[in-house]
Design a protein around this ligand. Sequence first.
Ligand code: ZN
Length: 95
Amino acid sequence: MEDKRLTPFADAPDTAVITCRHVTDDGAPVLYVSHDEDDGMWQFLCGGEHSEDEARIVSLRYIYELDNSLGLLKDLPCGCYAERESLSDEWSVNS
Ligand SMILES: [Zn+2]
């Protein structure tokens, strides 16, 4: 049987997650992660301000392969978000 768990997250690797064009197109680091309370949707954003047309939908696997350190947040509860100042800083988790 094929192992489909290609990320440390409980969600399937092909789960749709929200990111922004800065991460997908500009190579910006993910500095803000939220796990939505209502629908469990993950957001992996650059930490800046966004308009709606800057949102991008990618798979969980895509974003994890872009930055394996995001696996540290696999247990982030729904309704919480995590931030860091830069790629080399620790995540701080907030609810
Ligand atoms: Zn952005």
